[in-house]
Design a protein around this ligand. Structure first.
Ligand SMILES: [Zn+2]
Ligand SMILES: [Zn+2]
Length: 364
């Protein structure tokens, strides 16, 4: 068998295995199997779509055969979901049928698993309205909705066994840090000098942002706050393993790059709004070449940046007199007087950005 699993060790000698999966036709990623003290934890389970479950089984078999580990379903003690996106939890029904391991998720993503159908319907409703107000035409909007819903009905509600806040954000030596933004209940998981960054920090791509109006506790403002919260940890982290893409060795540097990207994108949006535009028009300027599902991601990304600017008093609705708010209609935004650039840089290096996280240094 060709070897696909990568092996790592933490400073305290916990063993970490990184198993690659094809999650969806255009998306690959990783789950991590961790052996730390008495804890044998699977961090995320993959999408459950296509060959993902078979690849998970093959990865566990390789961890048994190549490394002599007890990588069996019956030995697993915990299944730790990093956030409520289907590429990370979609395989849960498959996994649950095979193991007694306790399944955990953060409190703010609990309902995504436990009340999946309701949550899907509510987001669908909000997304439809958002696309109309963003200025996406009806035909294209329907196409985008169809793509959004395509794989979502493959999952059904499932009750996790515990939430992270209920166990003090800790499972054995694994410590969860809540970093809302990409997802309401997004956590990163620290194991000594290793950080499982899930979709909060990726090596190459800036993690996807959607407007908070679609789902509370997401949005660019929360995301940037969460990035800042991780900076104090960066000095103690040697290796960061994301849910997609390669390992990150310079966490502080990567945080700075992502902050820089959003700062530039916000400035770009302000520049583009020298005349009134819709979110769809801004999205088209920022991401001219996207297609299919990426079109939705691009409109959400543009929407997240414009929402950030609206909330902070940079933008105004330009066509207010045309809106009655009984029927959703395209909304045009323009800059408020004098708001042609950001008032301050994100200046991550300032003392305000390095507030100590409770207990972090004590836990290393
Ligand atoms: Zn995600
Ligand atoms: Zn993901």
């Amino acid at each position: 068998m060709t070897s696909v699993v990568e092996a790592f060790r933490s400073s305290g000698d916990a063993r970490i295995y990184r198993i690659p999966l094809n999650l969806f036709p255009i998306l690959s990623g990783y789950v991590h199997l961790v052996f730390a003290d008495d804890v044998i934890a699977l961090i995320d389970v993959g999408s459950g779509f296509g060959d993902a479950n078979d690849q998970l089984e093959a990865g566990m078999a390789e961890v048994r055969s190549e490394y002599g580990e007890k990588a069996n379903w019956e030995d697993l003690t915990h299944v730790l979901i990093t956030h409520g996106h289907i590429d990370h939890f979609g395989g849960l029904h498959y996994v649950r049928e095979r193991t007694q391991a306790k399944v955990g998720i953060h409190d703010l993503d609990l309902r995504v698993l436990a009340n999946y159908e309701e949550r899907l319907k509510v987001v669908e409703y909000r997304l439809r309205t958002f696309l109309v107000e963003a200025g996406v035409d009806a035909v294209e909007g329907q196409g985008i909705m169809n793509l959004y819903l395509l794989n979502k009905h493959l999952f059904s509600s499932l009750s996790p066994d515990f939430t992270y806040e209920a166990v003090g954000m800790r499972v054995g030596p694994l410590r969860m840090v809540h970093v809302p933004g990409h997802c309401p209940g997004q956590v990163v998981i620290q194991l000594e000098d290793v950080l499982f960054s899930a979709d909060h920090i990726l090596a190459e791509t800036s993690p996807h942002q959607a407007p908070e109006r679609l789902s509370l506790n997401t949005g660019l403002g929360h995301y940037l706050e969460s990035l800042k919260r991780l900076r104090p940890l960066a000095g103690t982290i040697r290796l960061t393993l994301g849910g997609h893409e390669g390992p990150i060795e310079d966490l502080a540097g990567r945080i700075s790059e992502i902050e820089q990207l959003h700062q530039e994108r916000l400035e770009q949006v302000l520049n583009l709004l020298d005349e009134p535009k819709t979110i769809a028009e801004i999205s088209q300027s920022l991401f001219p070449d996207v297609d299919g599902y990426h079109k939705l991601l691009a409109i959400e990304e543009a929407g997240a940046h414009m929402e950030y600017l609206v909330l902070r008093g940079y933008l105004k609705i330009d066509n207010l007199d045309q809106l009655d708010f009984d029927t959703p209609a395209p909304v045009r935004y323009s800059r408020l007087e004098g708001a042609d650039r950001l008032r301050s840089a994100f200046n991550a290096e300032t003392p305000g950005g390095v507030l100590a996280l409770d207990g972090v240094s004590a836990s290393i």
